[in-house]
Design a protein around this ligand. Sequence first.
Ligand SMILES: Cc1cc2nc3c(=O)[nH]c(=O)nc-3n(C[C@H](O)[C@H](O)[C@H](O)COP(=O)(O)O)c2cc1C
Length: 212
Amino acid sequence: MKLLRMDSSARHKSVSRQLTEAFVTAWKIQCPDGEILERDVAASVIPPISDEWVVAARTPPGKCTPAEREALSLSDQLIEELETADVILIGAPMYNFTISAPLKAWIDQIVRLGKTVEYGPQGRKGLLQGKKVVVLTSRGGTYPDGSSQTKLDYQASYLRVILDFIGLTDVTFIHAENQLRPDQAEVLRNEAIWKINEFVLTWMAIGEQTVQ
Ligand SMILES: Cc1cc2nc3c(=O)[nH]c(=O)nc-3n(C[C@H](O)[C@H](O)[C@H](O)COP(=O)(O)O)c2cc1C
């Protein structure tokens, strides 16, 4: 089984990185022969899509110029990483009520007509199917369901929509909230790590039957 681990925090010793690290540690125990590919979208610059990128993405592959092919080369690589992964792990800090800019740049690179989404007579179809996605978020505040804060969460709500758009419908979120509250941060971080361990244990027990 192959795990794609993604980190997207600007900070080296970040909370979301601690969460993805905890996931990987638990994963390695449960799946010692598994393969892990690491993609740190904040460490290596993912360029914003360009005019050339958009033109190339709408041109049949055989008709692209060398420059257009080059404009899509990173996108091709990032999509291949997704296609070959069974499980996609995303570490996502909340910045200004949403995801970080590097994570958004990555999304712009991997949402591509004909590669990860297509439109046919039946309407839209996401093409990355049959994969498990785990999103580990870190937030300074708290955004519980049904509270006045819920509507401010453009992080989980956006990720749910865009992942679904490309066929990634099986998504689990685990949040470490109140990370800017010194009286609560450590307890809630440990709680998130506990949930991560529980998730890996239970999901690996049943998930292996479905992800083959
Ligand atoms: C630039 C910036 C913007 C932030 N915006 C928010 C925000 O809108 N809501 C929130 O709850 N926390 C916000 N925070 C707090 C972070 O979500 C929190 O520190 C979290 O731990 C960041 O994840 P990381 O530790 O993986 O970097 C912000 C932090 C930074 C640095």
